[in-house]
Design a protein around this ligand. Structure first.
Ligand code: C2E
Ligand code: CA
Ligand code: CA
Length: 733
């Protein structure tokens, strides 16, 4: 279980770091992806821009070609549809006019470089090129598409349709060619329909013309290419038959690419900045992770440590112990655990204060750390509890030397500054054979053994055995029985008389609780009262006793009633109002009621005790300090609280049997009471001799089997009728 939680812890720790790393890596990835998208988008824009520019260029080139054709058509019209020409060419001896007006015009003209005047059957009437007579006939100079053009023109007679223009392949290259029948613009001039002549102008797309177009349309590197080298991006030139005879090609300017190339460095710069940022982030993140890890390790270490002693704490012990057990499994060793609980530490704390208590803890921690062999673990479990774990060789029988060393160490008094403090220790130990018992169970077993050591009289070491679990189980069963016993009225109250030390007449009764269990028979209050205190059932039981006692004692107003109250009841905030209510209800005089309390409570909670006693005094009840002389008596505290009476513990009476030593002790204790000027009741008087001694020692009230055992309420009327205990009868007889 514990191992699993350790592993889980490790995984979550790993995960936390990985998450940060993962975040950084994903962030870097996001940056790369974003940059890629931006570049792709820019590239798309660039190629779209390129395509648009390409189309624009192609449209411009097509436009330029169309313009050339139109220009040619206009020129043809100007020259051929002309009254003077119509009059001049159709008469004999017109050669001179023709050459002058058409032929010579081909020289240095931007409109045409070659001119033909053709008669029927394409007979050459005139042919000139660049101002000089030209001898190549059109059938040789021009491609066959020329005939098609010529036919449409001839077929049109003298109508407006007798004109054509288009691109043709010539011997010299590609040219725009215009054909028009020579005819009159006005109706005054008549032309001979049967021998019409056609004027043909040819303008080659030479280098100059191409350069001019390039300049006009802002096309870079424009050139004329032949049909074979024409690529799809270029503007094709077709003859009237639809045949591609060449084209205009240019180098694409790709303005998108240009922009893209211009922008790209910025993108890369931005990407680099982001990249550097990410790298810095990763480095910083790494540093932060490192620091966090360091903090975590430190925090973990601190969480495993006890601040006061500097030793491991309970968690630290668990960590180390489980690891030790796991290792023992592999090495086939045993692990031994000692559970130490100091005896008398609380008293040291109460009497000398917490600072001294802390110093005692520190010196115990220091001393123990010298005792723990190498490979062992020492921890402070809290308060005055320590634990020592160590691996031992398999089958090493008998108590290990460490146990003796621990007891020796505590047998010496501790020197704390000017003080010499005695503090013992109770030790429980348990073994995990071959690591078969896990840390939690091992600690539980050593703890049980330690309790056994405490119960058996402290200052000793006891090894765990399985029977202790049976005791524990018994305790659990007893607790359950106690609970059900309250419900089924198994409890009742008996009353023990308290007599006057001189007259032996009954002056009071002490109410004592009894439990008759149908299963276990009579159970001693020494067993069930502590259990009721630790389980919180004492509140109910205590009030039950009080209610019963007040009800019973009502009949004898002159008799006092003593009721035992547990410290646990004092802690209940409803205790005072409850007592007040019960007193009122019973009608018993509060001054005849004495509450008996043991001193422990007053020592541990002086402030609250003072408050409670004040409140109870307010109700008018008396307070008695029970079991006086049994434990640790702090006179200073007692004086402050103003008890009305002390009850001498019966162990002091028993001590009388030890001879003069016991008597000295008794006298010393009673001298203390006398110094405090508080009356004393001696309880546990079993013999006449004891009754005499205690009276002589100054006790004014006596209580014990010698006078009467506790009796049930039903026996009280007889006992109180003659107002004297049986003991008196015996004594006087
Ligand atoms: P305690 O308050 O010291 O009560 C006196 C105990 O001494 C009683 O034991 C009584 O029976 C016993 N005793 C009286 N005379 C003699 C004698 O001559 N010789 C011997 N050996 N014993 C004598 P009990 O009734 O067994 O009670 C034990 C303890 O249980 C009480 O000690 C008291 O601390 C606690 N207790 C009993 N009843 C109550 C109760 O109602 N409330 C609380 N809180 N505690 C109670
Ligand atoms: Ca008592
Ligand atoms: Ca007592």
């Amino acid at each position: 279980m514990r191992k699993l939680s350790n592993i889980l812890q490790k995984i979550t720790r790993l995960k936390r770091q990985n998450v940060v790393l993962l975040l950084l890596v994903s962030f870097a990835l996001v940056v790369v992806v974003v940059v890629a998208i931006v570049l792709t988008a820019l590239q798309t824009i660039a190629s779209t821009t390129n395509a648009l520019d390409e189309r624009r260029s192609r449209q411009a080139m097509s436009g330029a070609l169309a313009m050339m054709r139109n220009q040619m058509a206009t020129t043809m019209h100007d020259y051929a549809v002309w009254d003077d020409a119509a009059r001049a060419v159709y008469v004999p001896d017109s050669q001179e006019w023709i050459v002058e007006n058409f032929g010579l015009a081909s020289d240095a003209s931007d409109l045409f470089d070659t001119a033909y005047l053709l008669g029927p059957g394409n007979t050459v009437v005139m042919a000139y090129q660049r101002g000089a007579r030209f001898t190549v006939p059109p059938s040789e100079f021009l491609s066959s598409a020329f005939d098609v053009m010529m036919k449409t023109v001839r077929d049109a007679g003298t109508s407006d349709e007798a004109e054509a223009s288009g691109f043709l392949q010539t011997k010299e290259g590609v040219a725009v060619v215009g054909i028009s029948t020579i005819r009159a613009a006005s109706t005054d001039v008549t032309v001979p329909i049967d021998r019409l002549q056609q004027l043909v102008f040819i303008r080659h797309l030479d280098r100059h013309k191409v350069a001019e177009i390039a300049k006009t349309y802002l096309i870079r590197d424009l050139r004329l290419v032949d049909a074979a080298n024409l690529h799809p991006g270029a503007a094709p030139i077709k003859d009237p038959a639809g045949k591609v005879i060449g084209g205009l090609a240019w180098i694409a300017q790709a303005p998108g690419d240009v922009s893209y190339r211009q922008v790209r460095p910025y993108i890369f710069a931005a990407m680099s900045i982001v990249g550097i940022f990410v790298v810095l982030l990763v480095i910083a993140g790494g540093a932060v992770i490192g620091r966090l890890r360091g903090d975590e390790i430190a925090a973990r270490r601190a969480a495993l440590k006890d601040r006061l002693s500097g030793l491991r704490n309970r968690t630290g012990l668990f960590d180390g112990l489980q690891a030790m057990i796991d290792q023992a499994k592999d090495r086939r060793d045993d692990v031994m655990l000692f559970y130490l609980d100091m005896d008398g530490f609380k008293e040291v704390n109460d009497v000398y204060g917490h600072a001294t208590g802390d110093r005692l803890i520190k010196s115990v921690a220091a001393g123990l750390s010298h005792l723990v062999p190498e490979g062992g673990i020492l921890a402070r479990l809290g308060g005055d509890e320590f634990a020592i774990a160590l691996p031992i060789k398999r089958g090493d029988g008998g108590p290990p030397p460490l146990e003796a060393h621990i007891l020796d160490f505590f047998s010496e008094p501790f020197v704390i500054g000017d003080l010499i403090v005695v503090a013992g220790v109770s030790v429980g130990n348990a073994i995990s054979p071959l690591g078969s018992i896990d840390a939690e169970e091992l600690l539980r077993r050593a703890d049980i053994a330690m309790y056994k050591a405490k119960a058996e009289g402290r200052g000793r070491a006891i090894a765990y055995d399985a029977e202790m679990d049976a005791v524990l189980a018994e305790r659990k069963a007893l607790e359950a029985a106690l609970r059900s016993g309250i419900h089924s009225n198994e409890f009742y109250v008996v009353y023990q008389p308290v007599v006057d030390a001189v007259s032996h007449s009954i002056v009071g009764l002490e109410a004592l609780l009894r439990w008759r269990s149908p299963v276990m028979g009579m159970v001693s209050p020494d067993i069930f009262i502590p259990l009721a205190e630790t389980t919180g059932l004492i509140d109910k039981l205590g009030l039950f006793v009080m209610e019963e006692a007040l009800r019973v004692v009502r009949t004898w107003p002159q008799i006092g009633i003593s009721i035992n109250v547990s410290p646990a009841q004092f802690r209940n905030p409803f205790f005072i109002p409850k007592v007040s209510h019960l007193l009122e209800e019973s009608g018993v005089r509060p001054s005849s009621v004495t509450l008996e309390v043991t001193e422990g409570y007053f020592i541990h909670n002086p402030e609250q005790a003072r408050h409670m006693i004040g409140a109870l005094n307010g109700l008018g009840v008396r307070m008695a300090l029970d079991d006086f002389g049994a434990g640790f008596s702090s006179i200073g505290y007692l004086r402050q609280f103003g008890f009305d009476r002390l009850k001498l513990d019966r162990s002091m009476i028993r001590a009388l049997e030890d001879g003069p030593r016991g008597r000295d002790m008794l006298q010393a204790t009673l001298a203390l009471a006398a110094a405090l000027d508080i009356p004393v009741t001696a309880e546990g008087i079993e013999t006449e001799e004891e009754a005499v001694i205690l009276r002589l020692c100054g006790c004014d009230h006596l209580q014990g089997y010698y006078f009467s055992r506790p009796v049930e309420a039903s026996a009280l009327p007889a006992l109180l009728a003659d107002k004297a205990a049986p003991g008196i009868v015996t004594l006087s007889a």
